[in-house]
Design a protein around this ligand. Structure first.
Ligand code: SAM
Length: 332
Protein backbone atom coordinates (compact mmCIF):
# COMPACT_ATOMS: atom_id res chain seq x y z
CA UNK A 1 0.00 0.00 0.00
CA UNK A 2 1.43 3.41 -0.94
CA UNK A 3 1.88 6.06 1.78
CA UNK A 4 -1.05 8.50 1.75
CA UNK A 5 -0.92 11.71 3.75
CA UNK A 6 -3.80 12.54 6.09
CA UNK A 7 -4.59 15.75 4.25
CA UNK A 8 -7.71 17.82 4.74
CA UNK A 9 -9.51 20.11 2.30
CA UNK A 10 -7.47 23.11 3.48
CA UNK A 11 -4.11 21.51 2.75
CA UNK A 12 -3.24 20.72 6.37
CA UNK A 13 -1.55 17.35 6.85
CA UNK A 14 -1.92 15.46 10.12
CA UNK A 15 1.31 13.84 11.27
CA UNK A 16 0.76 14.02 15.05
CA UNK A 17 -1.50 11.29 16.47
CA UNK A 18 -2.97 11.63 19.99
CA UNK A 19 -4.05 8.23 21.25
CA UNK A 20 -6.36 8.01 24.25
CA UNK A 21 -5.75 4.73 26.09
CA UNK A 22 -8.62 5.03 28.55
CA UNK A 23 -11.33 7.50 29.52
CA UNK A 24 -10.77 6.72 33.22
CA UNK A 25 -8.81 8.98 35.53
CA UNK A 26 -7.64 8.82 39.14
CA UNK A 27 -8.03 12.58 39.68
CA UNK A 28 -11.27 14.55 39.55
CA UNK A 29 -10.11 17.99 38.41
CA UNK A 30 -13.11 20.20 38.91
CA UNK A 31 -12.81 21.88 35.49
CA UNK A 32 -12.76 18.48 33.77
CA UNK A 33 -15.20 16.09 35.45
CA UNK A 34 -17.61 15.87 38.40
CA UNK A 35 -16.56 14.50 41.81
CA UNK A 36 -18.36 11.20 41.22
CA UNK A 37 -16.59 10.59 37.90
CA UNK A 38 -18.35 9.75 34.65
CA UNK A 39 -20.03 6.76 33.01
CA UNK A 40 -16.85 5.05 31.86
CA UNK A 41 -16.67 3.20 28.57
CA UNK A 42 -17.58 -0.47 28.96
CA UNK A 43 -14.51 -2.73 28.68
CA UNK A 44 -15.68 -4.40 25.49
CA UNK A 45 -15.76 -1.06 23.69
CA UNK A 46 -12.22 -0.13 24.66
CA UNK A 47 -9.61 -1.16 22.10
CA UNK A 48 -7.38 -4.02 23.17
CA UNK A 49 -3.62 -3.52 23.22
CA UNK A 50 -3.34 -5.40 19.91
CA UNK A 51 -6.02 -3.21 18.34
CA UNK A 52 -4.37 0.01 19.55
CA UNK A 53 -1.01 -1.06 18.16
CA UNK A 54 -2.53 -2.17 14.86
CA UNK A 55 -4.24 1.20 14.34
CA UNK A 56 -1.10 3.13 15.28
CA UNK A 57 0.81 0.88 12.85
CA UNK A 58 -1.58 1.78 10.03
CA UNK A 59 -1.11 5.46 10.88
CA UNK A 60 2.68 5.20 10.94
CA UNK A 61 3.27 2.79 8.07
CA UNK A 62 0.63 4.02 5.63
CA UNK A 63 -0.60 7.48 6.62
CA UNK A 64 2.50 9.49 7.47
CA UNK A 65 2.12 9.71 11.24
CA UNK A 66 5.47 10.90 12.71
CA UNK A 67 4.56 11.59 16.30
CA UNK A 68 2.43 9.61 18.76
CA UNK A 69 1.29 10.99 22.10
CA UNK A 70 -0.51 8.72 24.57
CA UNK A 71 -3.15 10.36 26.67
CA UNK A 72 -6.52 9.76 28.31
CA UNK A 73 -8.28 9.85 30.79
CA UNK A 74 -5.10 8.93 32.59
CA UNK A 75 -2.81 6.77 30.41
CA UNK A 76 -0.81 5.49 33.41
CA UNK A 77 -3.90 3.60 34.62
CA UNK A 78 -3.89 1.54 31.40
CA UNK A 79 -2.42 -1.80 32.40
CA UNK A 80 -0.76 -2.53 29.04
CA UNK A 81 0.85 0.90 28.68
CA UNK A 82 4.51 -0.16 28.78
CA UNK A 83 3.89 -2.94 26.26
CA UNK A 84 1.98 -0.58 23.96
CA UNK A 85 4.86 1.91 24.08
CA UNK A 86 7.36 -0.85 23.36
CA UNK A 87 5.40 -2.16 20.37
CA UNK A 88 4.83 1.36 19.03
CA UNK A 89 8.55 2.07 19.26
CA UNK A 90 9.22 -1.14 17.34
CA UNK A 91 7.17 0.25 14.44
CA UNK A 92 9.70 2.99 13.79
CA UNK A 93 12.85 4.01 15.69
CA UNK A 94 12.45 7.65 14.59
CA UNK A 95 8.88 8.15 15.73
CA UNK A 96 8.49 10.83 18.41
CA UNK A 97 6.81 9.14 21.35
CA UNK A 98 5.40 10.98 24.35
CA UNK A 99 2.76 10.76 27.02
CA UNK A 100 0.48 13.34 28.67
CA UNK A 101 -0.11 12.34 32.27
CA UNK A 102 -1.01 13.55 35.74
CA UNK A 103 2.14 11.68 36.88
CA UNK A 104 0.45 9.66 39.65
CA UNK A 105 2.47 6.45 39.72
CA UNK A 106 5.06 7.79 37.29
CA UNK A 107 7.72 7.43 39.98
CA UNK A 108 7.24 3.64 39.63
CA UNK A 109 7.03 3.46 35.83
CA UNK A 110 9.27 6.21 34.43
CA UNK A 111 12.28 3.89 34.02
CA UNK A 112 10.20 1.16 32.39
CA UNK A 113 8.63 3.67 30.00
CA UNK A 114 12.04 5.06 29.05
CA UNK A 115 13.38 1.53 28.42
CA UNK A 116 10.31 0.77 26.32
CA UNK A 117 11.23 3.67 24.04
CA UNK A 118 9.22 6.63 25.30
CA UNK A 119 10.94 9.95 24.52
CA UNK A 120 9.19 12.54 26.69
CA UNK A 121 6.45 13.27 29.20
CA UNK A 122 4.08 16.19 29.58
CA UNK A 123 2.84 16.40 33.15
CA UNK A 124 -0.33 18.27 34.04
CA UNK A 125 0.08 20.33 37.20
CA UNK A 126 -1.95 23.46 37.86
CA UNK A 127 -0.44 24.55 41.18
CA UNK A 128 2.56 23.97 43.43
CA UNK A 129 0.53 24.38 46.62
CA UNK A 130 -0.71 21.10 48.11
CA UNK A 131 -3.95 22.69 49.36
CA UNK A 132 -4.82 24.22 45.99
CA UNK A 133 -3.96 20.89 44.37
CA UNK A 134 -6.53 19.23 46.60
CA UNK A 135 -9.13 21.90 45.83
CA UNK A 136 -8.71 21.44 42.07
CA UNK A 137 -8.20 17.67 41.81
CA UNK A 138 -10.26 16.61 44.86
CA UNK A 139 -7.36 14.31 45.77
CA UNK A 140 -4.46 14.75 48.18
CA UNK A 141 -1.71 13.63 45.78
CA UNK A 142 0.48 16.68 45.13
CA UNK A 143 3.62 14.99 46.46
CA UNK A 144 3.08 11.97 44.19
CA UNK A 145 3.07 14.29 41.20
CA UNK A 146 6.31 15.91 42.35
CA UNK A 147 7.88 12.45 42.74
CA UNK A 148 6.62 11.51 39.27
CA UNK A 149 8.16 14.62 37.73
CA UNK A 150 11.50 13.94 39.41
CA UNK A 151 11.48 10.32 38.26
CA UNK A 152 10.68 11.32 34.68
CA UNK A 153 13.59 13.73 34.60
CA UNK A 154 15.94 11.17 36.17
CA UNK A 155 14.83 8.58 33.61
CA UNK A 156 15.76 10.91 30.75
CA UNK A 157 12.16 11.51 29.64
CA UNK A 158 12.91 15.12 28.90
CA UNK A 159 12.62 17.89 28.28
CA UNK A 160 9.91 17.46 30.92
CA UNK A 161 7.00 19.75 30.15
CA UNK A 162 4.40 20.89 32.67
CA UNK A 163 0.93 21.90 31.48
CA UNK A 164 -1.16 24.19 33.66
CA UNK A 165 -4.68 25.57 33.42
CA UNK A 166 -5.42 28.74 35.39
CA UNK A 167 -8.85 28.97 36.99
CA UNK A 168 -10.31 32.25 38.13
CA UNK A 169 -10.46 32.52 41.90
CA UNK A 170 -8.57 29.25 42.45
CA UNK A 171 -5.02 29.47 41.08
CA UNK A 172 -4.99 32.48 38.76
CA UNK A 173 -2.84 34.34 41.28
CA UNK A 174 -0.23 31.53 41.18
CA UNK A 175 1.10 31.87 37.62
CA UNK A 176 4.37 33.44 38.75
CA UNK A 177 5.15 30.95 41.49
CA UNK A 178 4.36 28.03 39.20
CA UNK A 179 6.78 29.40 36.62
CA UNK A 180 9.52 30.04 39.20
CA UNK A 181 9.08 26.49 40.55
CA UNK A 182 9.37 24.97 37.06
CA UNK A 183 12.36 27.11 36.08
CA UNK A 184 14.22 26.06 39.24
CA UNK A 185 13.75 22.41 38.36
CA UNK A 186 14.34 22.67 34.61
CA UNK A 187 10.75 21.87 33.62
CA UNK A 188 9.23 23.67 30.63
CA UNK A 189 5.95 25.23 31.71
CA UNK A 190 3.02 25.80 29.35
CA UNK A 191 -0.17 27.55 30.35
CA UNK A 192 -3.25 26.30 28.52
CA UNK A 193 -6.39 28.40 28.19
CA UNK A 194 -9.40 26.63 29.61
CA UNK A 195 -11.59 25.29 26.78
CA UNK A 196 -15.30 24.38 26.58
CA UNK A 197 -14.65 20.65 27.00
CA UNK A 198 -15.71 19.98 30.59
CA UNK A 199 -18.20 17.22 31.32
CA UNK A 200 -20.31 19.61 33.41
CA UNK A 201 -20.62 22.24 30.64
CA UNK A 202 -19.62 24.93 33.16
CA UNK A 203 -17.12 26.77 30.91
CA UNK A 204 -17.81 30.39 30.05
CA UNK A 205 -15.92 32.85 27.94
CA UNK A 206 -16.07 35.44 30.68
CA UNK A 207 -15.01 32.98 33.39
CA UNK A 208 -11.89 31.66 31.66
CA UNK A 209 -8.45 33.17 32.26
CA UNK A 210 -7.18 34.49 28.92
CA UNK A 211 -3.65 34.44 27.50
CA UNK A 212 -3.66 38.23 27.81
CA UNK A 213 -4.25 37.98 31.55
CA UNK A 214 -1.56 35.30 31.88
CA UNK A 215 0.98 37.57 30.16
CA UNK A 216 -0.05 40.47 32.42
CA UNK A 217 0.45 38.39 35.55
CA UNK A 218 3.80 36.96 34.45
CA UNK A 219 5.06 40.41 33.43
CA UNK A 220 4.85 41.46 37.10
CA UNK A 221 7.74 39.11 37.97
CA UNK A 222 9.48 38.18 34.72
CA UNK A 223 10.64 39.65 31.42
CA UNK A 224 9.24 37.58 28.56
CA UNK A 225 10.77 37.77 25.09
CA UNK A 226 9.24 35.95 22.11
CA UNK A 227 11.43 32.92 21.37
CA UNK A 228 13.50 33.07 18.21
CA UNK A 229 12.64 29.63 16.91
CA UNK A 230 9.70 29.42 14.48
CA UNK A 231 6.47 28.14 16.03
CA UNK A 232 5.52 25.81 13.16
CA UNK A 233 2.53 23.67 14.12
CA UNK A 234 3.28 23.87 17.87
CA UNK A 235 0.22 24.97 19.86
CA UNK A 236 2.31 27.00 22.33
CA UNK A 237 3.59 30.52 21.77
CA UNK A 238 7.02 30.31 23.34
CA UNK A 239 8.91 32.99 25.30
CA UNK A 240 12.33 33.11 26.91
CA UNK A 241 12.18 34.16 30.55
CA UNK A 242 14.54 36.83 31.87
CA UNK A 243 16.90 36.40 28.93
CA UNK A 244 16.84 32.58 29.07
CA UNK A 245 17.71 29.80 28.97
CA UNK A 246 14.35 29.09 30.69
CA UNK A 247 11.20 29.37 28.61
CA UNK A 248 7.46 29.52 29.13
CA UNK A 249 4.70 28.75 26.64
CA UNK A 250 1.12 29.88 26.37
CA UNK A 251 -1.42 27.79 24.49
CA UNK A 252 -4.18 30.26 23.64
CA UNK A 253 -6.58 27.82 21.99
CA UNK A 254 -9.57 30.07 22.65
CA UNK A 255 -8.39 33.65 22.23
CA UNK A 256 -5.65 33.10 19.62
CA UNK A 257 -6.60 29.90 17.80
CA UNK A 258 -3.97 28.19 15.70
CA UNK A 259 -6.24 25.88 13.70
CA UNK A 260 -4.64 26.93 10.39
CA UNK A 261 -1.42 25.20 11.46
CA UNK A 262 -3.00 22.16 13.11
CA UNK A 263 -1.27 18.86 12.31
CA UNK A 264 -3.12 16.71 14.86
CA UNK A 265 -5.56 13.83 14.69
CA UNK A 266 -7.04 11.91 17.59
CA UNK A 267 -7.93 8.30 18.27
CA UNK A 268 -10.25 7.70 21.22
CA UNK A 269 -9.95 4.73 23.57
CA UNK A 270 -12.96 3.16 21.84
CA UNK A 271 -11.41 3.43 18.40
CA UNK A 272 -13.01 6.56 16.96
CA UNK A 273 -10.99 8.92 14.80
CA UNK A 274 -11.59 12.61 15.58
CA UNK A 275 -10.13 15.16 13.20
CA UNK A 276 -10.40 17.94 15.83
CA UNK A 277 -10.79 18.22 19.63
CA UNK A 278 -14.04 20.03 18.93
CA UNK A 279 -15.33 17.75 16.15
CA UNK A 280 -18.96 16.77 16.43
CA UNK A 281 -18.48 13.72 14.25
CA UNK A 282 -16.25 10.69 14.66
CA UNK A 283 -15.27 7.88 12.35
CA UNK A 284 -15.58 4.39 13.78
CA UNK A 285 -12.39 2.42 13.17
CA UNK A 286 -13.21 -0.12 15.91
CA UNK A 287 -16.26 -1.32 14.06
CA UNK A 288 -14.27 -1.69 10.83
CA UNK A 289 -11.44 -3.44 12.65
CA UNK A 290 -13.71 -5.92 14.41
CA UNK A 291 -15.65 -6.57 11.19
CA UNK A 292 -12.40 -7.86 9.67
CA UNK A 293 -11.42 -4.84 7.55
CA UNK A 294 -7.99 -4.92 5.93
CA UNK A 295 -5.31 -2.33 6.78
CA UNK A 296 -6.07 -0.68 3.44
CA UNK A 297 -9.80 -0.41 4.19
CA UNK A 298 -9.09 1.09 7.61
CA UNK A 299 -6.60 3.54 6.10
CA UNK A 300 -9.28 4.53 3.55
CA UNK A 301 -11.74 5.34 6.35
CA UNK A 302 -9.13 7.35 8.19
CA UNK A 303 -8.27 9.39 5.07
CA UNK A 304 -11.97 10.14 4.49
CA UNK A 305 -12.39 11.18 8.14
CA UNK A 306 -9.64 13.78 7.73
CA UNK A 307 -11.25 15.26 4.62
CA UNK A 308 -14.11 16.41 6.84
CA UNK A 309 -11.90 18.49 9.17
CA UNK A 310 -13.31 22.01 9.50
CA UNK A 311 -11.20 25.13 8.96
CA UNK A 312 -11.45 26.10 12.63
CA UNK A 313 -12.85 24.98 15.96
CA UNK A 314 -15.56 27.67 15.83
CA UNK A 315 -15.66 28.45 19.57
CA UNK A 316 -16.41 32.08 18.66
CA UNK A 317 -19.20 31.14 16.29
CA UNK A 318 -22.62 31.94 17.83
CA UNK A 319 -23.73 28.49 16.61
CA UNK A 320 -20.84 26.73 18.43
CA UNK A 321 -21.88 23.54 20.18
CA UNK A 322 -19.61 21.84 22.66
CA UNK A 323 -18.76 18.27 21.58
CA UNK A 324 -20.80 15.51 23.22
CA UNK A 325 -17.73 13.94 24.75
CA UNK A 326 -15.68 15.77 27.37
CA UNK A 327 -11.90 16.23 27.17
CA UNK A 328 -11.28 13.18 29.37
CA UNK A 329 -13.10 10.91 26.92
CA UNK A 330 -11.62 12.44 23.78
CA UNK A 331 -8.04 12.47 25.00
CA UNK A 332 -6.47 15.78 25.99
N1 SAM B 1 -4.77 12.62 32.71
C1 SAM B 1 -3.81 13.16 31.82
C2 SAM B 1 -3.28 14.47 32.34
O1 SAM B 1 -3.65 14.88 33.42
O2 SAM B 1 -2.46 15.06 31.65
C3 SAM B 1 -4.25 13.28 30.38
C4 SAM B 1 -5.63 13.74 30.10
S1 SAM B 1 -6.03 15.37 30.66
C5 SAM B 1 -7.67 15.53 30.04
C6 SAM B 1 -5.03 16.33 29.57
C7 SAM B 1 -4.94 17.80 29.84
O3 SAM B 1 -6.18 18.39 29.57
C8 SAM B 1 -4.58 18.19 31.25
O4 SAM B 1 -3.45 19.03 31.18
C9 SAM B 1 -5.77 18.98 31.73
O5 SAM B 1 -5.39 20.05 32.55
C10 SAM B 1 -6.33 19.48 30.43
N2 SAM B 1 -7.73 19.86 30.45
C11 SAM B 1 -8.78 19.19 30.94
N3 SAM B 1 -9.92 19.88 30.75
C12 SAM B 1 -9.57 21.02 30.11
C13 SAM B 1 -10.27 22.15 29.64
N4 SAM B 1 -11.58 22.24 29.76
N5 SAM B 1 -9.58 23.13 29.03
C14 SAM B 1 -8.24 23.04 28.89
N6 SAM B 1 -7.51 22.00 29.31
C15 SAM B 1 -8.16 21.01 29.92
Amino acid sequence: MAMRPLEDRYGRVATDLRVSLTDRCNLRCNYCMPAEGLDWLPDDKVLTDDEVVRLIGIGVEHLGIREVRFTGGEPLVRRGLVGIVERTRALDPDLELSITTNALGLARTADKLASAGLDRVNVSLDTVRADTFHTITRRDRFHDVVAGLEAAQAAGLGPVKVNAVLLRGTNDDQAGELLAWCLERGYELRFIEQMPLDAQHGWSRTGMVTAEEIFERLARDFVLTPAAEPRGSAPAELFTVDGGPGTVGVIASVTRPFCGDCDRVRLTADGQVRNCLFAREESDLRLALRAGASDEEIADRWVVAMRGKLAGHGIDDPAFLQPDRPMSAIGG
